[in-house]
Structures are given as structure tokens and as C-alpha cells.
Design a protein around this ligand. Structure first.
Ligand SMILES: Nc1ncnc2c1ncn2[C@@H]1O[C@H](COP(=O)(O)OP(=O)(O)O)[C@@H](O)[C@H]1O
Ligand code: SF4
Ligand SMILES: [Mg+2]
Length: 322
């Protein structure tokens, strides 16, 4: 077994509510490991804790409990200077193409900035490296002197990718990277991610609420609900034979973007809203919306069980199939 590039162990990330009287359990006991070169997808509704998990993976947030290991080591055991250096290898691209771009900086300066901070490339070479990276992501040199507001969302997202690539990361957390973009340009950006993965040997943690996006690119997908994983498996297995009622509902709600062989027949419409993460339901946290919940579901938290090799689910009533 190779050393996972990221191992998340019983991670909990809790926030105080605004009035500080309660605790938001944004990530509430999550474990998984990502292998080098893999694209690990995380899917779930808004508010399920995906971004919090992604930020904890790149050390933008500290675990409240549990650990995030980078290549087997705990980055939070490092000194501040060592952590800054180590973090270069673990980058994140956000949904909002403007989030990481300073509106008063030219595109070239924005892409060069991480190199200036890292200091790993001689200063005389940094513009050249930045321009090469812009070229690689499909941004022509004439855009380098422009400002973010002069670019489209898709172009800005390409710039963001160039920006994180300059420091040669090993893993990139892609947090809803195409969600804010026009549908017509999403495929181009997803293809770029795939090309860059091959070229630079990247590992991705690919976060999305859109199964159509993640099923195309991922080797494995975790289904997240209210701070916890409900199911984990290969995309084809999740779609064609889900074990968890929540996965089944998500899959059936998926409209056209799924490849035809992955589409399911019937639609299961989830009732109600996702409950508040300050007070998740007892037992199985999905039980308030589960069409087959029974008494046991309120009193006992389902175990995380391997239903088939590499395919896990947390439901009392899931049965391994022959
Ligand atoms: N800094 C924060 N302070 C308080 N609550 C937060 C903070 N960040 C996220 N949350 C809450 O944690 C929960 C999970 O949020 P998030 O990780 O953004 O979910 P997702 O990315 O799946 O939409 C939400 O209820 C959100 O309001
Ligand atoms: S444990 Fe119970 S509530 Fe949870 S998914 Fe299974 S049947 Fe539904
Ligand atoms: Mg999010």
C-alpha cells in the first residue's frame, strides 16, 4: 500500500454559532485517505460541510478533533515557517473566481505572487514562469497586463489554476470550481484539470454538489450529509448500485449531465430541508428525510460498513449484495 497523500482521521471541525451559545458541527467525524494521482470526489448538498473539510485538508482550518495527515505527517506539528513551506504542496481553488485575485493586481502579478512569497524561483525568472503557466492554462500573453474585471469567469478560473500551479503543488482541492461558470464552458475547464493532472502528476480532492461533474473525473466519490460520510465508492458503483437511501435519492434527482449508462429510472424526491448542523438528528443523521427510517435509526448511529470491496455505506438496513 502506498503512503496516502492525505489521510483524514476522525476529523471534526466545530464552529461557535454567532451568539456563541451553540456549536456548528460542520465536519462531524470523517475519515478517508487519498492516494497519489487519484481524483477523490466529495458530493453533497449545500451546507453539508464540504468546504470546511476542503479547507481543513489544506490547513486553512485546524481540526477541532482528529487529524489531517500529509504524506503521513501532521502539518500542525510543524513550526510556522515549516508549515508555510509544506502548505505549498497542498493548494485550493475556490468556487468564486474572484476569491483569490486581487482586483488591483494585473493578471501577471497575481500569478507571480505565490512565487514571490515562496522565494523558490530567482526573482528574474518569475515573470517567465508565470507567463508559461498562463500559456499552459490557455490564457494568451496579452491578458497578462489586464486586471481581473477585464476577464470572463472562465478565464479568471484558468488564472487561478495557473496561480496555484506555479508553486508545483502535489494536491489541489477543487472546491466547486465550475459551479459559478456558464454551463457551456464547464467542460473546457474540467478537461484542463484532467490534462494538468496527467502533466503535473497532480492529486485532486474534487468537491461539488453536482454529480454530473464529479462522476466524470473521479476515481472514488464520497457522499457527504450534514458533516459525515454516508457512502463511498467508485462512481459507477455509486450510481448503478447505491447502498444508502441518501445516495439513491441524489442519483435519482440528477438530470441530464450524467452519461446515459449511469442514469437511473425512477426519481426519489427528498422531503424537507437539510437539518441544522448545530443539532444533527440522533442516531442516523439522515433519518428525518429517509423514506425507510425505522425506530432503530433514531437510537443508534449506523456503522460504516464495507458492502463490497472498496464500497462503504452507513445504513442499518443496507445489505451486502451477492
Ligand atoms: N467560519 C464558520 N463559522 C460558523 N459556521 C460556519 C463557518 N464555516 C462554515 N460554517 C457552517 O458550517 C456548515 C457547513 O458549511 P460548508 O463547509 O461551507 O458546507 P458546504 O461547502 O457543503 O456548503 C454550514 O452550516 C455553515 O454555515
Ligand atoms: S440508518 Fe435508517 S435513517 Fe439512516 S439511511 Fe438507513 S434506514 Fe435511513
Ligand atoms: Mg461549499
Amino acid at each position: 500500500m502506498t503512503q496516502p497523500i492525505v489521510a483524514v482521521e476522525n476529523l471534526r471541525v466545530l464552529f461557535p454559532t454567532r451568539d456563541r451559545k451553540e456549536t456548528v458541527k460542520a465536519v462531524d467525524g470523517v475519515s478517508f485517505a487519498v492516494q497519489p494521482g487519484e481524483t477523490f470526489g466529495i458530493i453533497g448538498e449545500s451546507g453539508s460541510g464540504k468546504s470546511t473539510l476542503g479547507r481543513a485538508v489544506v490547513c486553512l482550518l485546524k481540526p477541532t478533533e482528529g487529524r489531517v495527515l500529509h504524506n503521513g505527517g501532521n502539518p500542525h506539528d510543524l513550526s510556522a515557517a515549516e508549515l508555510r513551506r509544506a502548505r505549498r504542496e497542498y493548494q485550493i481553488v475556490f468556487q468564486d473566481p474572484n476569491a483569490a485575485l486581487n482586483p488591483r493586481m494585473t493578471i501577471l502579478r497575481s500569478v507571480r505572487e505565490p512565487l514571490d512569497i515562496a522565494g523558490t524561483v530567482p526573482s528574474g525568472d518569475r515573470d517567465r514562469v508565470a507567463l508559461e503557466m498562463l500559456d499552459r492554462v490557455g490564457i494568451a500573453p496579452e491578458f497578462s497586463t489586464r486586471y481581473p474585471h477585464e476577464l470572463s469567469g472562465g478565464q479568471k478560473q484558468r488564472v487561478n489554476i495557473a496561480r496555484v500551479l506555479t508553486v508545483r503543488p502535489k494536491l489541489i482541492v477543487c472546491d466547486e470550481v465550475v459551479a459559478a461558470l456558464d454551463v457551456s464552458i464547464r467542460a473546457g475547464i474540467l478537461n484542463l484539470f484532467a490534462d494538468l493532472q496527467r502533466e503535473f502528476g497532480l492529486t485532486y480532492l474534487f468537491i461539488t454538489h453536482d454529480l454530473g461533474v464529479v462522476s466524470h473525473v473521479s476515481s472514488r466519490i464520497a457522499v457527504m450529509y450534514l458533516g459525515a460520510f454516508m457512502e463511498l465508492g467508485a462512481p459507477e458503483a455509486l450510481v448503478s448500485r447505491p447502498y444508502h437511501p441518501y445516495t439513491e435519492a441524489l442519483m435519482s434527482a440528477e438530470p441530464v449531465p450524467l452519461p446515459s449508462h449511469m442514469r437511473t429510472g425512477q426519481r426519489i424526491v427528498l422531503q424537507g430541508e437539510i437539518p441544522s448542523p448545530t443539532n444533527p438528528p440522533s442516531g442516523c443523521r439522515f433519518r428525518t428525510r429517509c423514506p425507510i427510517a425505522k425506530d432503530l435509526c433514531a437510537s443508534k448511529t449506523p456503522d460504516w460498513r464495507e458492502m463490497e470491496p472498496g464500497h462503504f455505506a452507513a445504513c442499518h438496513f443496507a445489505e451486502p449484495r451477492p
